[in-house]
Design a binder for this molecule. Structure first.
Ligand SMILES: [Fe+2]
Ligand SMILES: [Fe+2]
Length: 187
């Protein structure tokens, strides 16, 4: 007898609602809003990147039944890159080419000034660049955000975050694009 595996569809609206509810004060904070003007990867701002990481972390948590504390997970993800400067700007007085190594510490200091961080949120921010941080995450929430951040950062760096670009790439890989192209040529 075949066993029926019950698949639960993860609702985009449900995740967005959780981000709005748990991150309400962060999403309205002037410093978080300012990060919309700083580029993170490709053409994606730090604010948009942080929202994408929060979404991906919450999705992974639900999909894999990791049982994270959702509030800490989302808030930590929203604040993981709260370094509040343009890391591409080499003319900055405090410019440091080792941004990858030291920005978790800057983000943690900034976030603790603006928000009351829980121990899990602090761990997420401080360890999200693991293994660069050497010390590994100490809670499952930090592991999930670390994984989500790497996934989203890779897509953004390769400029694959855009849905239509992803669809085009999938078509190219599956050969559908060449069929379509061939049809165009035969016209
Ligand atoms: Fe980061
Ligand atoms: Fe990040």
């Amino acid at each position: 007898m075949s066993r029926k595996i019950k698949k639960r569809k993860i609702s985009t609206l449900e995740i967005r609602k959780a981000i709005r509810e748990h991150g309400e004060d962060i999403l309205k904070h002037p410093n978080f809003l300012k990060s919309a003007h700083n580029i993170q990867h490709g053409d994606v701002s730090v604010m948009k990147h942080s929202l994408k990481v929060a979404y991906a972390a919450a999705w992974l948590n639900k999909k894999l039944h990791i049982k994270c504390e959702e509030r800490d997970l989302i808030r930590g993800a929203l604040l993981h890159d709260y370094f509040l400067y343009d890391w591409h700007d080499t003319s900055r007085e405090d410019f440091n080419p080792l941004h990858g190594f030291y920005h978790p510490g800057v983000a943690y200091r900034n976030a603790s000034k603006d928000f009351n961080l829980s121990p899990r949120e602090a761990d997420i921010i401080k360890k999200h660049m693991w293994p660069m941080t050497i010390k590994p995450p100490r809670c499952r929430e930090a592991w999930v955000v670390t994984a989500a951040d790497k996934y989203i950062s890779t897509l953004e760096s390769l400029r694959l975050h855009n849905r239509s670009r992803m669809i085009k790439l999938r078509r190219r890989i599956s050969g559908q694009d060449s069929v379509h192209h061939g049809q165009e040529l035969n016209r």
